[in-house]
Design a protein around this ligand. Structure first.
Ligand code: NAP
Length: 247
């Protein structure tokens, strides 16, 4: 098992990509900590993983935008499980609109969750990693942060920012044996992309060389690689999992 005896904390882990990563890590022997704002779905996902893999799953209902909440949550987690080996900064939302129509609120909401949330959780967790001289941090960015996208000024800014955070943290923490990498997914079939029209989906597939949306498992496999010893000489890397839409 690739993650035996390791503790992995996944923000936004109740559904979508976070849930798939949680299942994949549980299958490799990790203890799972799910941090999500959505308590009902969070508990369903946790129960499922516990039953399927017979492992411990800790749930934390919390909001990544709230710095104090993140600090307290991490302290409580560490009281229970003693360490966090792997952090997946995955919680994220979209509130799309053209620049001229985007409200200040929609700008602020996306920045708070997708960008400030990564700072809040990373800062809360990394001190314990520094003390133990071990850690793997994996940030979920997006191809949109690499190439931009019409109607996503807020989202693109956050995901470009997540890439910059990844490289900065990789440099700051390398001497403490903490590796920091990001995954930049392309278009993945989850609730986030579910509200696209058929016409939009068909157009997107027509410009993806592999001609399909990705699955959550495609991202989970990449996360497992970056969390495991298989990637022990990789840091500050942005791993594209995008069907070739950006090379
Ligand atoms: P998803 O299915 O909507 O799951 C996101 C999870 O994060 C949900 O459970 C959500 O709860 C939770 N969350 C939202 N705000 C939160 C907050 N403030 N604090 C804690 N948890 C919060 O989305 P997904 O498609 O799996 O996306 C996961 C990550 O991948 C995001 O960072 C996204 O930007 C990135 N990504 C996705 C795609 C894609 O095509 N799907 C592509 C590139 C990158 P609620 O449901 O209650 O909001």
């Amino acid at each position: 098992m690739k993650l035996y005896n390791q503790v992995a904390m996944i923000t936004g882990g109740a559904k979508g990509i976070g849930k798939a990563i949680a299942n994949s890590f549980a299958n490799e022997g990790a203890t799972i900590v799910l941090f999500d704002i959505n308590d009902v779905v969070l508990n369903q996902t946790a129960d499922n993983i516990k039953k399927r893999y017979g492992i411990e799953v800790i749930t934390v209902v919390g909001d990544v935008t709230n710095y104090n909440e993140c600090q307290t949550a991490v302290k409580n987690i560490l009281d229970k499980v003693d360490k966090i080996d792997i952090l997946i900064n995955n919680a994220g939302i979209t509130k799309d609109n053209l620049v001229i129509r985007m409200s200040e609120q929609d700008w602020d909401d996306v920045i708070s969750i997708n960008l400030k949330g990564v700072f809040n959780v990373t800062k809360s967790v990394v001190k314990s990693m520094i003390k133990r001289r071990y850690g793997r941090i994996i940030n979920i960015a997006s191809v949109v942060g690499q190439i931009g996208n019409i109607g996503q000024i807020n989202y693109a800014a956050t995901k470009g920012g997540v890439i910059a955070i990844t490289k900065t943290c990789a440099k700051e923490f390398a001497s403490r044996n903490i590796l920091v990498n990001a995954i930049a997914p392309g278009f993945i079939a989850t609730d986030m992309t579910n509200n696209l029209t058929e016409q939009q989906k068909n157009y997107i597939c027509s410009v993806i060389p592999l001609a399909r949306f990705g699955n959550v498992v495609d991202i989970a496999r990449a996360a497992l690689f970056l969390a495991s010893e298989d990637s022990s000489y990789i840091t500050g890397h942005i791993l594209s999992v995008n069907g070739g839409i950006y090379m």
